[in-house]
Design a protein around this ligand. Structure first.
Ligand SMILES: Nc1nc2c(c(=O)[nH]1)N[C@H]1C(S)=C(S)[C@@H](COP(=O)(O)OP(=O)(O)OC[C@H]3O[C@@H](n4cnc5c(=O)[nH]c(N)nc54)[C@H](O)[C@@H]3O)O[C@H]1N2
Ligand SMILES: Nc1nc2c(c(=O)[nH]1)N[C@H]1C(S)=C(S)[C@@H](COP(=O)(O)OP(=O)(O)OC[C@H]3O[C@@H](n4cnc5c(=O)[nH]c(N)nc54)[C@H](O)[C@@H]3O)O[C@H]1N2
Ligand SMILES: [Mo]
Length: 727
């Protein structure tokens, strides 16, 4: 049966199913209610108000993904004889789901080239071998990659260790995610994160949701969107795909919505993939012709108003229509609605950032918001919807190749440390350096760089070219069996709700939460902080530079963070006063910007041509299904898009006819980077004609390393493919 709404009873039924897997619903409920920040997206659940409570204090807010993540952590340990029974070659044939379901990692394991099996080793042996090797190489021949699941404390300490060791090759998954938002916002308004708090969303009368599928990826945001709509506000979705859950969603915590469903989008624009920049400029042009631009705001609070207005005037509608795929009438209608709004919020996700012009997309969103004075006012503003639960915090505390000047200065002046000055490499640059044998050691705090990277073949070759890699993880993923370095160490870590001391995380609304930790579920894994201390205290370059042993205590690390990270001074006492806080200088409720001039900057762009202009070519987006969290696939089916498997390419029915293909016919999909065979071409009328959809991470075989020059984010949603029938 075709699924016509997101959420609903299916989500509740799922809760019971997961409860059974976790050894009882009550046990799962207790774990979910513990005072820890939610482990999945960065919407900001949990912390000191208790699990399943949002930043406004509403309960119960729960989603399928948070249950999945919790149940995964509640699994028993992988038995120690497992490693001797299953060869690496065999593990390579396991699906991401099978790897995750093997259980929790609980002892250090090592692989050495030439051997066929992982070998369990002691912690002492692992730490000694790792530090011996690191002591032999030049620091700049190493790189550090962080996912966004770890705590602020672990993030801060590991980046400090890397820099004391002597390298700035420090980066996080943001380079494959929201980097374009950070760079774009910084260049427009002087800060790189959301300008609003959750409550502002509840006050707005118009929300633009651009290039995201929160029904599946940030389900708890749907409650706020329901409220906007119930208040008579507008929810304008811009997405080449009509996503089921954005049309109708059944919110489990709202009885009426649960039974009858809630319509979410009031308006739905379907541009071509990559057509947003033209569309955003079109909206601004239309707004201007309707005399709805707030000239006095632009005059007082923005720079380069006249250059921006001239650019709007000289743009031709023909160009806007062909490059966006949206007709002027439709653009005029949406501009009119926006023109009537008093408090508008602009929210966006990967459909905006995963392009070779991702930064420009973000700047154009900021332009549009600024044009009506929607930045720096209650109930309105800019809101990048972040991915990982602490990806924003990891960036704030210094996990970036270039340290913020304030952090750098403070570490040098106040703490007397000498930091390296050679510029650090971003994620893609590190992968390329590894492929060229310029880097020999990779250190990974969480994540799955192999699975996340564009051009999977290249990723495999590049990571295999390393002499040593060190991975700190909770469960096994594809990155532990593909692209193995000559010597690979996998170190098991505790999840944040199992640590003996409290840690902190930062939500997408710039709110710092305290996770209490909790009893260890397994005896083998260690806390991330403990492992970093063990390594840092044994590296010859770092051992005597700070008092490592004291850093086992997250309170001590927080003292450091408080003294060096801008806006974070209140973190110093959070371990004792337990007061979660809003980071200073981020939320903008008045139009004073953190730029040199105090004004926001308007940007002018040239509009890129749409990709895939030639006959037989399609624009491909690579996206998440409802049943996965990034490279970890929990279920093969994609409930909301009505797909029973992941080996598919979704095409508009007219495109199938054009290609003389039948629904479900096997095809070969090729790009300039790779080919995937035996894919089912499926008729999917919800996608805009000329565009195609496939699932990440599998489709990374097709994604090239072309990236946005300004943010270095790969164009995961801008791939040109050809489709031919299998013979
Ligand atoms: N369940 C679940 N939740 C998650 C994750 C997960 O994997 N699973 N991952 C987390 C992470 S790290 C992140 S970053 C977020 C990701 O959250 P999203 O950004 O929502 O995830 P994607 O699946 O990448 O999908 C992007 C959406 O963009 C649309 N899109 C694609 N190309 C374009 C375009 O050119 N223009 C426009 N306007 N739209 C386009 C697609 O149709 C799709 O609806 O979710 C987080 N939450
Ligand atoms: N083609 C394509 N590629 C993409 C994307 C896309 O849309 N299309 N999306 C991109 C995006 S937005 C992102 S964010 C990246 C994802 O990039 P990553 O963050 O690198 O990948 P994940 O799959 O989220 O990593 C999951 C692993 O984290 C580990 N883990 C879980 N919890 C913890 C913890 O508490 N501590 C530690 N140390 N480890 C833990 C588990 O072992 C799990 O296997 O992928 C990017 N790649
Ligand atoms: Mo992400």
């Amino acid at each position: 049966m075709k699924v016509k709404s997101g959420g609903g009873f299916r989500a509740i039924h799922y809760t019971f199913k997961k409860g059974r897997e976790a050894g009882g619903l009550l046990k799962l409920f207790r774990a979910m209610r513990s005072r820890n920040a939610c482990k999945t997206c960065a919407l900001g659940m949990g912390g000191q108000k208790g699990g399943m409570v949002n930043e406004k204090g509403t309960f119960p807010e729960v989603c399928k993904k948070s249950l999945q993540a919790m149940v995964a952590d509640m699994q028993p340990a992988i038995a120690s004889d497992f490693w001797l029974k299953h060869s690496i070659e065999e593990l390579k044939t396991f699906s991401p789901r099978k790897l995750e379901n093997l259980g929790r990692l609980s002892q250090p394991i090592r692989y050495r080239r030439g051997e066929q099996y992982f070998e369990p080793i002691t912690w002492t042996e692992a730490i000694t071998s790792i530090t011996n090797k690191m002591n032999l190489i030049e620091a700049d021949r190493s790189f550090f990659y962080f996912s966004g699941r770890s705590s602020n404390e672990a993030g801060f300490l590991l980046q400090l260790m890397a820099r004391l060791y002597g390298t700035n090759n420090v980066n996080n998954c943001s380079y494959y995610c929201h980097q374009a938002s950070g760079v774009g916002l910084q260049s427009s308004i002087g800060t790189g994160t959301a300008t609003i708090v959750l409550d502002d969303l509840e006050k707005s009368d118009c929300v633009f949701l651009i290039g995201g599928n929160p029904a599946s990826n940030h389900p708890r945001l749907m409650t706020s969107l329901m409220h906007v709509r119930r208040r008579g506000g507008k929810v304008i979705v811009i997405n080449p795909v009509r996503e089921t859950g954005l049309l109708n969603f059944r919110i489990p915590s709202d009885p009426w919505s649960l039974l009858f469903g809630t319509r979410i989008a009031t308006h739905y624009l379907q541009p071509h993939i990559g057509g947003d920049l033209a569309l955003l400029w079109g909206l601004a042009k239309s707004l201007k012709s309707q005399n709805r631009i707030d000239r006095s705001y632009l005059n007082q609070h923005c720079r380069d108003e006249s250059a921006w207005c001239d650019a709007l005037d000289s743009l031709e509608w023909d160009e806007i229509e062909t490059k966006s795929g949206i007709l002027k009438d439709e653009i005029d209608l949406i501009a009119k609605l926006y023109g009537q709004s008093d408090r508008a919020v602009f929210a966006w996700t990967m459909g905006i950032t995963h392009h070779a012009h991702g930064v420009q997309n973000v700047q154009a969103i900021a332009n549009l918001a600024l044009s009506r004075g929607m930045v720096g006012k209650v109930g309105s503003g800019l809101m990048p919807i972040r991915g990982h639960s602490n990806v924003q915090g990891i960036g704030s505390v210094g996990v970036t190749p270039t340290l913020k000047k304030a952090i750098y200065d403070s570490l040098e002046k106040n703490h007397g440390l000498k930091l390296p000055t050679k510029p650090g490499l971003d994620t893609l640059a590190c992968m390329e350096a590894a492929a060229q044998s310029q880097i020999s050691v990779g250190f990974f705090l969480g994540g799955n760089l192999y699975g996340s990277n564009p051009d999977s073949k290249f990723a495999d070759a590049s990571l295999s070219n390393l002499d040593m890699s060190i991975m700190l993880n909770t469960t096994l993923n594809t990155g532990h069996v593909h692209g193995l370095a000559k010597e690979t160490y996998i170190l098991p870590v505790l999840a944040r709700d199992e640590e003996h001391a409290a840690t902190t995380q930062e939500s997408m609304f710039n709110f710092v939460r305290l996770s209490d930790g909790g009893p260890k579920r397994l005896m083998g894994p260690r806390s991330e902080l403990e492992i970093i201390v063990e390594i840092g205290s044994k590296l010859s370059e770092t051992s005597n530079k700070i008092d490592w042993q004291s850093m086992r205590d997250p309170d001590k690390v927080r003292h450091w963070i408080s003294s060096v990270v801008p806006g974070y001074s209140q973190i110093k006492d959070i371990g004792t006063n337990r007061s979660e806080f809003q980071i200073e200088g981020r939320t903008l409720h008045s139009p004073v910007f953190a730029t040199d001039s105090g004004k926001a900057q308007l940007h002018v762009h040239t509009l890129p041509d749409l990709l895939a202009q030639n006959k037989g070519e399609f624009r491909l987006m690579t996206v998440r299904s409802e049943g996965q969290f990034n490279t970890v696939v929990y279920e093969d089916e994609d409930l909301y898009r009505n797909q029973d498997g992941r080996d598919v390419i979704l095409l508009h029915p007219d495109d199938l006819s054009l290609l003389s293909l039948k629904h479900n016919q096997r095809v070969r999909v090729s790009s300039k980077t790779g080919t995937m065979s035996n894919i089912r071409a499926r008729s999917y009328e919800e996608i805009r004609q000329g565009n195609a959809l496939m699932y990440y991470p599998e489709a990374n075989l097709l994604v090239s390393r072309d990236s946005d020059p300004a943010s270095r984010t790969p164009a995961f949603k801008g791939v040109v493919v050809q489709i031919t029938p299998e013979t």
